[in-house]
Ligand binder design. Sequence first.
Ligand SMILES: Nc1ncnc2c1ncn2[C@@H]1O[C@H](COP(=O)(O)OP(=O)(O)OP(=O)(O)O)[C@@H](O)[C@H]1O
Ligand SMILES: [Mg+2]
Length: 253
Amino acid sequence: MSILEVNNIKKKFDNTEILKGISFSMEKGQTLSILGSSGSGKTTLLRCLNFLETPDCGTISVNGNLLFDAMKQPYSEAEIREKRVHFGMVFQQFNLFPQYTALENVALAPKLFNNGKVPDSEIDAMCKDLLSKMGLSDRMYNYPHQLSGGQQQRVAIARALALKPDILCFDEPTSALDPELTGEVLKVIKELASQHTTMIIVTHEIGFARDVSDEIIFMDDGIIADKGTPSQVIDNPINERTKQFLSNYSGHS
Ligand SMILES: Nc1ncnc2c1ncn2[C@@H]1O[C@H](COP(=O)(O)OP(=O)(O)OP(=O)(O)O)[C@@H](O)[C@H]1O
Ligand SMILES: [Mg+2]
């Protein structure tokens, strides 16, 4: 059974169809990268998976459980909160809370969701462990403004992992970073991939996507134009739009 099954997701904004019927599945422990030109609908797709947007059509199942069905709307706030925990989201702009330390940013949601079942000290220990794994053991008590972009993004990754999502999603996790900080974030993501964390990564880092991914989706104008292994999609693209897109990037990855 696939960990994620997405079936015929469609989404309109202002009468323009942005997602035109997206279907794919992925297996547990795999890394799926999504490539595609600006405006092709990559962020919208991730936002649909994370219940930040509501698709007009289609279904989303996780571990065989139907999580979203456009026919069964609307879902209550409480239902959406519950459904959302299956996905972790790391954004381009980190979105850390500026008034909280790194540790507080990571521990906030686990404490909120926990309803006092696990002592706070245990949650803090788990979050410190995650921050250490991100190479931030000496930064736990720093506030976001005291951290580099790369460090902030690694806090954001720890924060997403702290809720133990089934699928961790990244939306261009390094595109707000200087090149020298990009490497440290990609290294952490690569490590997560080697530990078989299930991940969907929207990225413009073609070389990275080729290295880290089990599968690659190429999106074009709201559809999946190409899907396959990195060598199929990146090294031997068949689709004309994929070829064109990749040729714009040659030498940049
Ligand atoms: N909330 C919204 N309201 C109206 N239009 C939107 C909204 N969100 C996205 N769009 C439009 O949907 C299209 C796809 O946007 P999306 O952000 O998904 O693209 P993308 O593939 O992530 O692009 P990029 O690589 O630039 O991040 C764009 O034309 C965008 O203007
Ligand atoms: Mg985007």
